[in-house]
Design a protein. Structure first.
Length: 190
């Protein structure tokens, strides 16, 4: 577990430095402007949003290891059911470490694509699809397999191909190319 944490922290630090280096050149170009950095900052894509949210740092490391950054930076739109760090902490540490190796890149890519849907579905869109589906909506992922969405009270629940369930804990984190919904458990394609 210690090696995974060290790897994740190193990777996040590297990504943060890379992100900051781009911001520094923008800041230098705007020196003398009276606007603050927050006012100058442009809306960003799904990857940029995830990189700037500490709850998604493990996801960013996984996306980087799978080389999916370019895909999730494209125009889209996409809906990402993004596992939080707490969700990744539920995964067996040995399995997670294995998935992050180059030998298992295809498996990691498939797993991550199982969390992405083509098109933008806000929380209202998902709940509407569940209602129109008589209590269940079937969502086709980029990986090709299905996720089943239902409601438990006011919470959207995703059921994966293994019967595992995940709850949407954060809804409608908007990006320029779609939307992110934070989930509390990694969903498995089977």
């Amino acid at each position: 577990m210690r090696n995974i944490s060290k790897f994740l922290l190193t990777s996040v630090a590297t990504l943060s430095l890379a992100a900051c280096s781009g911001q520094n050149s923008d800041t230098a170009a705007n020196e003398g402007d009276s606007e603050t950095v927050a006012e100058v900052q442009e809306p960003t894509n799904i990857i940029g949003v995830a990189q700037h949210n500490a709850d998604f740092s493990t996801l960013v490391v996984a996306v980087t290891a799978a080389d999916l950054g370019a895909t999730l930076s494209e125009e889209g739109p996409y809906t990402v059911f993004a596992p939080t760090n707490a969700a990744f902490n539920k995964v067996d540490p040995a399995k997670l470490s294995e998935l992050l190796t180059a030998d298992h890149k295809a498996d990691l890519t498939a797993l991550l694509n199982y969390h992405v849907i083509a098109g933008k579905m806000t929380a209202a869109d998902v709940t509407k699809a569940i209602s129109e589906g008589g209590g269940t909506a079937t969502l086709t992922t980029l990986q090709g397999a299905k996720l089943k969405a239902t409601m438990e009270g006011t919470h959207v629940i995703l059921e994966d191909a293994t019967g595992g369930k995940s709850t949407v804990t954060v809804a409608d984190v908007n990006a320029t190319n779609g939307v992110i919904h934070g989930i509390d458990t990694v969903v498995m394609p089977g």
